[in-house]
Design a protein around this ligand. Structure first.
Ligand code: C2O
Ligand code: CU
Ligand code: CU
Length: 504
């Protein structure tokens, strides 16, 4: 049992359900609703409208339809397909009811009872966008309202994802289903001839707790007026909205685009037959070369781009696991398939940013505030709260090193909006010495990033009792953005800070 959370006495034990009785759903691809110009110019861009509405969706053959909120007919919402340097406009609309169906904690900043209960704001995770299109957590809007955002797409091919970011209730809105995949493609990637079309499959993975009636359950802490829990872990691991789905595949290479869309769960996916994944990309696009891995590791918010070759597994039924949990099954056809796709030995070069380019190093602690029985009551970044004055204010196009100093027992996945970065290293340190003397007593060498995370990232694991260093060039638009822990329960309870990219 997680600390503070009430025992989920009334949830369904999903291991009692039969496995592999539903096919894996693939979200529909969004179609533009025409062309539109922004007020400031005459140029027209493809225009999309994404409306958040209540939906009922079957997550398993033997369960009644589950109530969700989504930007489309099912969860995840429709996939947004875009190309580099081709801007698009998206109108995000709130067509939800006036009441939330998950437990709001009115003590959290931004979620006060005086605020409307149903508020949304959409963020495109991974996108380099003008600040007024980034989905600032306080720019939420109520049922009946919408916002028009522009995505300039001046960045490399990658998998992004859109999700809610409303202050103080983000964990509930995402849990309710307000997210979906986005793919940015470019001609460099096209030329690699990676598996595509029917051979490219998005796998959006999110865990939920389910009631015996088949409905979403979000647990609350023991005290009724203090419902916030420090982390949500569900035993129902959904892939594209289904529990234990199966996918029929040919004996061919497949490109799997995996996203961890969970509130708090970290995943380690592996194939029961020992099949190797060739990891070809991370959050912000392609790696320099494929990295063979037996386990794909993903923290909340992270993405993995992998190629799996089923050609030696004809007729097999392969189960993909997460640690000890069953996730899904691949049913490989018995017949031979001709495969003209490639897995090149070299992908996209990722030139290392030299440390000497950094004009500043920021030391930033990740802090947990506990009550007298050792339960977390709040999580902070650098001991500051959301409404404290802005302290991170890099200049446009300057490079900085951010050192995340993590004295807590948890790994925190730290995400910066609107920029991409590289991981420099992680190093064990002695928290007490740092806390009392502000001196580093290192307990081991600097460990370089794992080969599969040594590309362009936007979310990084800041491991427990380690100092994690990243190097970031703030080559985005000037304005106010956020950085935060992507464990949504932490983010909603002060583990998020505004930062400002300033004109220099
Ligand atoms: Cu996935 Cu602030 O974002
Ligand atoms: Cu983001
Ligand atoms: Cu955290």
């Amino acid at each position: 049992m997680q600390h503070g959370a009430q025992a989920p006495a009334n949830t369904l034990n999903v291991t009692t359900l039969p496995t592999f009785v539903d096919t894996l759903p693939l979200p529909s691809v969004a179609k533009p609703a025409g062309m539109r110009a922004l007020a400031s110019s005459k140029t027209k861009f493809p225009y999309y409208r994404f409306a958040a509405r209540p939906v009922e969706m079957k997550i398993h053959r033997d369960l009644k339809p589950t109530h969700f909120w989504s930007f489309g007919p099912s969860v995840p919402g429709p996939t947004l397909e875009m190309r580099s340097n081709e801007p698009v406009l998206v109108e995000w609309a709130n067509e939800l009811p006036q009441q939330h169906f998950l437990p709001i904690d009115y003590r959290l900043h931004g979620a006060e009872a005086s605020n409307p209960h149903v508020r949304i704001v959409s963020h495109l995770h991974g996108a380099r966008v003008p600040a007024d299109s980034d989905g600032y957590p306080e720019d939420w809007f109520v049922p009946g309202k919408s916002r028009l955002y522009q995505y300039p797409n001046q960045q490399d091919a990658m998998m992004l994802w859109y999700h809610d970011h409303a202050m103080g209730i983000n964990r509930l809105n995402v849990y309710a289903g307000l997210f979906g995949a986005t793919f940015l493609r470019d001609s460099f990637e096209d030329k690699l001839n990676l598996p595509s079309g029917a051979y490219e499959i998005p796998l959006m993975i999110f865990d939920r707790m389910i009631t015996p009636e088949g409905q979403l359950y979000y647990p609350v802490a023991a005290k009724p007026d203090e419902p916030w829990i420090p982390e949500l872990f569900g035993d129902a691991i959904l892939v594209n909205g289904k529990l234990f789905p199966y996918l029929e595949v040919e004996s061919h290479k497949y490109r799997l685009r995996i996203l961890n869309a969970s509130n708090a769960r970290f995943y380690h996916f592996w194939m029961k037959n020992g099949l190797t994944f060739q990891q070809i990309g991370t959050d912000q696009g392609l790696l320099p070369a494929p990295v063979p891995v037996k386990r794909v590791a993903l923290a909340p918010g992270e993405r993995a781009d992998v190629v799996v070759d089923f050609s030696d597994c004809r007729g097999e039924q392969i189960v993909m696991m997460n640690d000890a949990f069953t996730v899904m099954q691949f049913r490989v056809s018995a017949s031979k398939a001709s495969d003209t796709s490639s897995l090149p030995k070299e992908l996209r070069p990722v030139p290392k940013i030299p440390e000497s380019e950094a004009v500043k190093t920021r030391l930033l602690t990740l802090d947990e505030i506990d009550n007298h029985v050792g339960e977390p009551v709040q999580l902070l970044l650098n001991n500051t709260r959301w409404h404290d004055p802005i302290t991170e204010n890099p200049g446009v196009n300057t490079t900085e090193i951010w050192s995340f100093i993590n004295p807590t027992d948890d790994t925190h996945p730290i995400h910066l909006h609107t920029v991409r970065f590289q991981i420099l290293d992680r190093q064990h340190y002695e928290p007490w010495t740092y806390l009392t003397k502000k001196e580093f007593l290192y307990l081991g060498p600097r460990v370089p990033p794992e080969p599969w995370e040594a590309g362009w990232k936007d979310t990084v694991r800041a491991d427990s009792k380690m100092v994690t260093r990243i190097i970031v060039k703030f080559d985005s638009y000037p304005g106010r953005y956020v950085w935060h822990c992507h464990i949504l329960e932490h983010e909603d309870n002060e583990m998020m800070r505004p930062y400002e990219i300033v004109k220099v």
